[in-house]
Design a protein around this ligand. Structure first.
Ligand code: GDP
Ligand code: IMO
Ligand code: MG
Length: 449
């Protein structure tokens, strides 16, 4: 039998190869939004998914609404990854996500009914995923109400309170539903919530009924594959299988780098993939950064290029800019380059995807914000710390619009010259190539270069 000493000597003689980037067979690519969400992530994940073995959500929860259109059908996903319509693609809900069992159940039932899918086969959910319980939603509503005019404009899905419980180490995790102590743990969390709700003078109406639905949904979840998905994802990579991490929300809503406090409660940037899926930074490959050819925002918070005039109204109409989760009208405005450069930097974007070019077809000229003027007269191309309290004035450059239909164009070279110039201008400003241009909601209307 080898002694410990001889074992060490043997190990020393072996050349240690280490965990260099190039020794991994495969990487995690990321697709994430570079603006305030709703950039079209669902559509592009669905387009890219056939290239990947696994599609994984790493943060956010049912505040997301990812729209997919194909074969004349439209479907909005909230909790389930957008690789779900591609055969042989495994879908993972990672530990960084917050999951509402009730919304999940409804979503699964709708997919089963509409598409005859059996999601127990190609969906795996992390046991470490935080669970949204009925009182989390009530706390969201109570907190927003208490904020009055300063409200965040939350989707009221309980996202903030659930992440708060996770970080303050009071929360419930999906793995807990398998324990016979689940009810006990639940009651303890609920009791804290009820105290808090009483402090905010909020009456938790309909709680008993909501709880019955919640527990039924937890039972429903037990028929799915629940696992330590960090092992699963890393094993897939070790086998040489490819993984696409699907972002929710957008980088300008990031808890650290967004316009705080008008943000969501998770890390929406590339950094969130490592903690939200359990993959190391040296396993990150391509970062697809997706942005609209203009900007939208839903909810409160600063939006320097927001248009309050007819042009903004036309963008909303042409782009059908109404929230996929809440139906709220989205605020619309011109493309904001300082904001885009900021999020490209934060995420290490390697390829850009430009969405909804067709929405700008109606305009003869387009404005692009290149810098901000601060109240003291200073001009900056960086995001000011106090953007929520400072009136920044965008400085615009006018570029010529294409002012024609893009319908039926499938080849980048056949796009109108003005659109190609717009693409080249953004690439030059941002320093990253635009590899895809999207011209309609349908999966097929995606021009690759
Ligand atoms: P996500 O949250 O990033 O997945 O985006 P949403 O689904 O919330 O919002 C994007 C909306 O734009 C959806 O209604 C899509 O169907 C639609 N959409 C996506 N790409 C295009 C495009 O190129 N042109 C137009 N007109 N609509 C698009
Ligand atoms: P997808 O994934 C757009 C916004 C809300 C609000 C703020 C905080 O579809 O792009 P929350 O419910 O997280 O407490 O809300 O963030 N928001 C989104 N806006 N798209 C989303 O997701 C969003 N998820 C949250 O409107 O301003
Ligand atoms: Mg959306």
């Amino acid at each position: 039998m080898a002694t410990a000493k001889s074992q060490i000597a043997k190990t020393k003689n072996k050349k240690f190869k280490g965990t260099k980037r190039d020794t991994f067979k495969s990487m995690v690519d990321i697709l994430l939004g570079l603006q305030w969400g709703d950039e079209g992530k669902g559509k592009i994940v669905d387009v890219l998914a056939p290239k990947y073995n696994v599609v994984a959500r790493f943060q956010g929860g049912p505040n997301a609404g990812h729209t997919l259109e194909f074969d004349g059908m439209k479907h909005v996903l909230h909790q389930i990854p957008s690789g779900v319509f591609r055969e042989d693609c495994m879908n993972v809900i990672g530990n960084g996500v917050v999951l509402d069992p009730v919304i999940f159940k409804k979503e699964v039932e709708s997919l089963t009914e509409k598409f005859k899918m059996d999601l127990t086969k190609n969906l795996v959910i992390s046991t470490k995923t935080a669970i949204i319980i009925p009182t989390h939603r009530m706390m969201d509503a109570a907190q927003e109400k208490a904020k009055g005019d300063a409200k965040i404009g939350s989707t009221l899905k309980g996202i903030g309170p659930t992440y708060t419980d996770k970080v303050s180490r009071h929360g419930l995790r999906l793995g807990d539903i398998l324990s016979d102590k689940f009810q006990e743990k639940y009651e303890a969390v609920k009791a804290r919530h009820l105290q808090w709700l009483s402090f905010l003078e909020y009456t938790p109406e309909g709680l008993e009924e909501a709880e019955a639905i919640f527990f039924a949904a937890c039972d429903f979840l037990k028929s799915f594959k629940l696992a330590e998905t960090e092992y699963l994802v890393n094993k897939e990579l070790a086998k040489g299988n490819s993984v696409l991490a699907e972002g929710a929300q957008g980088s300008l809503l990031d808890i650290d780098f967004g316009s705080y406090p008008f943000v969501t409660s998770s890390s929406t940037t590339a950094a969130g993939v490592c903690s939200g899926l359990g993959v190391a930074p040296n396993k990150i490959g391509e970062v697809y950064g997706i942005f609209k050819a203009y900007c939208t925002r839903v909810g409160s918070g600063p939006f320097p290029t927001e248009l309050f005039d007819n042009t903004g109204e036309e963008m909303r109409r042409e782009g059908n800019e109404f929230g996929a989760t809440t139906g709220r009208p989205r605020r619309c405005g011109w493309l904001d380059l300082p904001a885009l450069k900021y999020t490209v930097m934060l995420n290490g974007v390697t390829q850009l995807v430009m969405m909804k070019a067709d929405v700008l077809n109606i305009f003869e000229n387009l404005e692009v914000c290149t810098a901000y003027k601060l109240p003291n007269g200073e001009v900056t191309e960086e995001m000011p710390y106090d953007i929520c309290d400072t009136e920044v004035t965008p400085i615009y450059t006018t570029v010529k619009g294409w002012n024609c239909s893009l319908e039926g164009i499938t080849d980048f070279d056949k796009l109108p010259q003005e659109l190609k110039d717009y693409v080249a201008y953004i690439e030059e400003q941002v320093g990253v190539p635009i590899k895809f241009v999207s011209t309609s909601p349908d999966r097929t209307a995606t021009i690759a270069r």
